[in-house]
Design a protein around this ligand. Structure first.
Ligand SMILES: Cc1cc2nc3c(=O)[nH]c(=O)nc-3n(C[C@H](O)[C@H](O)[C@H](O)COP(=O)(O)OP(=O)(O)OC[C@H]3O[C@@H](n4cnc5c(N)ncnc54)[C@H](O)[C@@H]3O)c2cc1C
Length: 497
């Protein structure tokens, strides 16, 4: 008899975990609350254009990349459409910018052009980054000696240093120290708290080469769904799990409005604090619940989705990061005058991309507190004050964009925005957090959430275990699958690919 598994949440983690388990012969049912599956891979249509919601730059998918290997094992590698894209960092308002190239040599050479006296330090810094990631078995898809179902682990000296201290250990120039932290918008690092290994995984993944999905992330989501369905599983949408019934520390069924789903095993791909809300009160011990509630979450964001006028703005094959103040690279606070301190700007590639871009996208970190006064309102009914707030923030971002791309405002045909409230409601994630639980090297145990829970047949997957994003979530899917199939069961196969 095939073991059956119900996965709560059809996001990046739910689909990767479902695809692996379906391929390995389990009977998989994925329950997704939204009208389409995908979570961070979901897209939406507005003004006749399709926009990505939560997957704009993608790591590990370059030729030979670790996540690409998982796709090869799933049999979908040949169908993936991605384009490699370099990074440019703009600093301040005077048009000063830094082009940052991929590959170890490319990274060192590109930054040495601006900081020739730091060339040797840059080389040592890059080697130190790779030294951290080289030792993490899961990141390298290597079998591990002791399967713990826990966070990434390595015993290098630098692993647990705060990321800012790690950078300062290798680089002398304070400006360069901030510049190499430019990817912080994509992990929400905090000075003195975020462990160096988080910075190293993101940085090494960037140095190995960033890609973007051609024609949105929908195609990739469809590929993961197809692995599940072609192996006898199903992905059900409009299927919000409202309760997980438990008995004697066992999950019995997942209840939705349209029916109850029974299985041998249950896997939660939703934020652990959202999971608490659908579990019986006594399912988890109070101490575990308090712990989950007390872990700080990464920031949220304000996003702009822009339809451009025809043949008005040239397509950019690079990702552009903007920082107003290098000294605040670790700061994601909000003051009315200063915000946004930084953002990511891009023109996503379409199929057969021509000279001009059809759409543009801005992601600007924003703490949830900024919109807290509307937290009890619902979408479409948040009132004029909220609409005015959105218009004000949009104006601020556009005025900053105008500094790096003069005339950009005239190229806009239509524009809409989303706030931390949109993100909270869309993904059902606490405080609209982009990347889930934040790590703190002063208290790493607090944020180390194992895939196992106090309920024997309920496991976790997704961004709150290990690491968020495209470089973290599929690796957790491997770990969650191995918690069911046996330690190293998948990695033994992956390392032969
Ligand atoms: C705006 C934004 C931009 C981002 N940009 C990037 C990027 O460029 N690159 C990158 O690598 N990462 C990016 N991320 C992070 C990335 O999207 C996440 O790390 C990743 O999607 C997390 O995967 P997950 O499976 O844990 O959660 P999700 O992908 O969020 O999936 C959770 C799923 O569970 C569903 N769900 C919730 N509650 C229930 C319920 N009760 N019943 C049924 N279903 C439920 C949700 O609808 C969702 O589909 C971004 C995130 C956001 C929000």
């Amino acid at each position: 008899m095939k073991k059956s598994v119900v996965i709560i949440g059809g996001g990046l983690g739910g689909l990767f975990t479902g695809a692996i388990l379906a391929k390995e012969g389990l009977q998989v049912t994925v329950l997704e609350k939204n009208s389409t599956a995908g979570g961070g891979l979901q897209t939406f249509k507005r003004f006749g254009c399709e926009f990505d919601t939560g997957m704009h730059v993608v790591c590990g998918m370059q030729k030979g990349g670790n996540i690409r290997k998982i796709c090869k094992y799933l049999g979908i590698e040949d169908k993936i459409n991605v384009l490699q894209s370099p990074d440019r960092l703009y600093v301040g308002y005077d048009g000063e910018f830094y082009d940052i190239a991929a590959t170890k040599d490319g990274f060192v050479d590109s930054l040495s052009k601006y900081f020739p006296e730091e060339r040797e330090n840059l080389r040592t810094y890059v080697n130190a980054l790779f030294n951290i990631t080289d030792k993490i078995d899961l990141y390298n898809l290597r079998p591990t000696e002791q399967f713990s179902g826990m966070d990434f682990f390595s015993s290098t000296d630098d692993f647990m240093l705060p990321a800012d201290v790690f950078i300062a250990k290798y680089l002398d120039n304070s400006k360069l120290r901030s510049i190499v932290a430019y990817t912080n918008t994509l992990y929400g690092g905090r000075a003195g708290k975020t462990p160096a290994y988080v910075h190293a995984i993101i940085s090494v993944s960037f140095i190995n080469g960033i890609v973007r999905f051609e024609d949105t992330s929908r195609g990739f989501k469809d590929l993961l769904v197809s692995v599940i369905t072609e192996n006898g599983g199903r992905v059900l949408t409009n299927a919000k799990v409202e309760k997980i019934v438990t008995e004697n520390k066992n999950a019995i069924c997942a209840k939705t409005q349209n029916g109850d789903y029974y299985a041998d095993l249950y896997i939660s791909d939703i934020h652990p604090c959202s999971l608490l809300q659908i579990l019986d009160n006594e399912a988890f011990p109070k101490s575990y619940k308090n712990r989950l509630e007390s872990i700080p979450n990464s920031f949220s964001a304000f996003l702009l989705y822009i339809k451009l006028k025809k043949n008005a703005f040239k397509y950019l094959d690079r990702n552009e990061y903007f920082m107003t103040n290098l000294a605040k690279v670790w700061d994601f606070g909000y003051t009315f005058e200063d915000w946004p301190l930084g953002f990511l700007f891009m023109t996503p590639p379409q199929k057969n991309q021509g000279e001009y871009a059809d759409t543009a996208l801005v992601t600007a970190p924003m703490p949830f507190d900024v919109v807290r006064k509307w937290e009890n309102t619902t979408s479409g009914n948040r009132g004029k004050g909220y609409e005015d707030f959105k218009a004000q923030q949009t104006k601020k971002i556009l005025s900053r964009l105008e500094k790096i791309h003069p005339g950009f405002a005239d190229c806009i045909e239509n524009i809409c925005s989303s706030t931390p409230l949109t993100i909270r409601d869309f993904y059902n994630v606490k405080e609209g957090s982009l990347f889930g639980f934040s790590k703190d090297c002063g208290n790493i145990i607090l944020s180390q959430i194992p895939v196992f829970t106090k309920i024997k047949n309920l496991l976790l997957t997704g961004q709150n275990v290990n690491l968020h994003g495209f470089c973290g979530v599929p690796l957790t899917a491997v770990m969650t699958s191995e918690a069911i199939l046996g330690g190293n069961y998948i990695t033994n196969k992956l390392c032969k690919i």
